[in-house]
Structures are given as structure tokens and as C-alpha cells.
Design a protein around this ligand. Structure first.
Ligand code: ZN
Length: 189
């Protein structure tokens, strides 16, 4: 937006504000037509000032990138990156391919192919974020029993959840309400 556009748009928008202030039940139609004309003028000025497409995501890096409805910032590119990071975090460095390993055959025998592994992750809400609170289990029932014991414990957290890790992460159940707790500055004590 150049300076002339900024000035004109600012003036048009302030004028609309004044129309709003002056509006009453007795405002005559002629006046309303004036408002409509001024509104249209402001819209035209805005259309001239705005460049680029309407952003499809809330991601500052990829505002017009592909959309993932389930991502907080709607950005599929960043969500894919975050998923990969979470996966390697959970699986540990051993899951990364070793550069010294021979290049696997394109097809391989069945046993050579990595089997998708599923795990159930017990997590607790620490007041700021969800964090792993126990060993990931290969058995859902075992993970639920573990969480049940945690919830009955003397120092139980505000909330727990069970996350299913498979080809993706899926929250299966949540117990309690995760409320964000601000850390008290020391000066307040
Ligand atoms: Zn992004």
C-alpha cells in the first residue's frame, strides 16, 4: 500500500465510523444511500490496496499453502514436519536409517519390510502441555490400567490422556480438564 492509498483508505474508513456514530432509528433513506456509496468506495479502495490472495492457513511461513483442517495453524506443510519430528522424538534415534546400512531392495521379502508398530502413550497435563508420564505400552489395556493407577495416586495430575501412536497420533480418551496454569513469578511470593 503506498502513501496515497493509505491516506485515502484511512479517510474512507474514518468516514464510515462517523456514519456508524450518527446512525439512529430516524436516519433517513437518503442518508443510508450515502452510507452505502461511502461503504462501496471504501471497499474499492481496500481492493486496490490489498495485494495477494486471501491466506488459506494461519501459518506465517506458508499463508497460501495446502490446508490441514486438523492442524492448529491449518498448515499441512508445517504439520507434516511437526508429525515427523514427534515421531522421531517418540521412536528415538534408532528409528532413523543408518547411513552405513545397505540400500534396501525395492521390494524385499516380507520379513524385511518394517511392520507398522502401534503403541499407547500415557500422558499427563502438567499445567502447560501434555507430557509422556510413563513407558509407551504395546497393549492398550495395560496403558489404561497404568493411567487408572496414576489417577488414583496421591499426587495425581489435573488431567490424563491416552494417545494411540500408529501411522499417526490419535487422542483416544481424555480424563479431566487440561487448564493452562500460569507460572507465578517469584516476586509474588
Ligand atoms: Zn507452514
Amino acid at each position: 500500500m503506498n502513501h496515497a492509498q493509505l491516506t485515502a483508505l484511512g479517510r474512507a474508513l474514518r468516514l464510515l465510523g462517523e456514519h456508524g456514530e450518527a446512525l439512529t432509528g430516524d436516519t433517513p433513506d437518503t442518508r443510508l444511500h450515502e452510507v452505502k456509496a461511502d461503504l462501496k468506495r471504501a471497499l474499492d479502495l481496500l481492493a486496490d490496496s490489498v495485494t495477494g490472495a486471501v491466506p488459506t492457513t494461519r501459518c506465517p511461513e506458508h499463508p497460501n499453502g495446502p490446508v490441514d483442517e486438523n492442524a492448529q495453524d491449518l498448515c499441512l506443510l508445517c504439520e507434516t514436519r511437526r508429525r515427523a519430528a514427534r515421531r522421531s522424538e517418540y521412536n528415538g534415534p534408532s528409528a532413523q536409517p543408518h547411513p552405513s546400512d545397505p540400500t534396501p531392495s525395492r521390494y524385499g521379502v516380507r520379513e524385511d519390510r518394517p511392520q507398522p508398530q502401534q503403541r499407547w502413550l500415557p500422558e499427563l497435563w502438567n499445567g502447560q502441555a501434555w507430557q509422556l508420564c510413563g513407558t509407551p505400552r504395546r497393549d492398550r489395556h495395560e496403558a489404561e490400567l497404568y493411567l487408572a493407577a496414576q489417577r488414583r495416586g496421591p499426587r495425581a495430575a489435573m488431567a490424563y490422556r491416552l494417545v494411540h501412536e500408529f501411522t499417526d497420533y490419535e487422542v483416544l480418551r481424555v480424563w479431566g480438564t487440561p487448564v493452562r496454569v500460569d507460572i507465578e513469578p517469584l516476586g509474588n511470593l
